[in-house]
Design a binder for this molecule. Sequence first.
Ligand SMILES: Cc1ncc(COP(=O)(O)O)c(C=O)c1O
Length: 392
Amino acid sequence: MNYRFAGRMGRAPESFLEELFRVSAVPGVISFAGGLPGSAYIDVEGIREAAREVFADEGRAALQYTTTDGYLPLREFIADRYRRRLGLPATPEEIQIVNGSQQCLDLVAKIFLDSGDAVGMERPGYLGAIEAFSLYEPVVHSVPLEEDGPDLAAFASLIRDHAPKFFYGIPNSQNPSGTTYSEGKRRAVAEVLEGTDTVFYEDDAFGELFFDGKPRPPVKRYLPEQTVISGSFSKIVAPGMRIGWIYAPAPILREFNVAKQAADLHSNFLCQVILHRYLSTHDLDAHVARVAAVYGANCRLMCDLLNDLMPPGTTHTNPEGGMFMTATLPDGISSMEVFSEGVKEGVAVLPGVPFYADGGGEDTIRLNFSAAGEEEIAEGIHRLARVVRRLA
Ligand SMILES: Cc1ncc(COP(=O)(O)O)c(C=O)c1O
């Protein structure tokens, strides 16, 4: 039969990820291509203990339906953490639990975007956001990301000329570049947006993972009524729980709640209760500090090896946190070729192309430094350097 799918499915960008996961799973391939947090730093024992307690004490309630906004004690925990860590006056009423912060990308796009609407984002930008937004058929305008945040002149003209419904940015340790906005650029972005009808969508998937342990001020601090923040326990507790949240002004949250209820009624309640039990009985700060220290060491190692081994003309970003960096290849070397030749040599990297919503990135690769250990990083970068030298 002829399956008559909606036109938007045909217009969605082709997903590169399936191919990637297939290749990365081949035995012997060292993969810097994926985006997994280090499995060794998931506290399986602690989560098992929390789950055991929940089943013993409140299993029947935790296995019931609940409200769309999510488990109140968990929302209180999140709001309290915003107040303590970032000095934001968050209340649990301003927070809703979602099925991983990826769901925020879908639902924020769903409540704001009609086909043909303008949306702004960074170039390069998070692939998962490009994919999520594209299903609502916006016109995506991107602003070049510099070492310290977006190119401000380009940002200001985008907002002025196209009045996007929202601008999506990742100020902390961006995926794919690892770039962090300077404090000056955070203020400047807020100043440009103030008085316009463009919302700032601040994706904070990595804000807890600064290697120096110091939080950076969110853009929301300078633009409270116009900023939506999304956050996630994926990178700091366990991605398989699929627990994230949105922190947004009341009018946005009302619409979001309608869309969330229609999509799935509520996020997995059992996981919310277990996660809250885990967080109340374990020291999250100490856990996050341990994880950030390991990622910091991995990142430094990867930067040093790239500096020592890659041919002249290779450059890379220098992340202050998070899980990713971007390397730019010497002139004339294609990232797709590095990808296919790399797999033959036993190393997988992610070509930059899918991170460019409006074209580009042929000479860049994204490298993940959270999933592999130090030995694998050393061997993997040696393999990568051999491939790039051969192609140079
Ligand atoms: C920038 C960014 N936002 C959102 C997500 C989605 O993560 P999750 O749905 O697990 O919270 C990711 C995942 O890697 C990400 O890198």
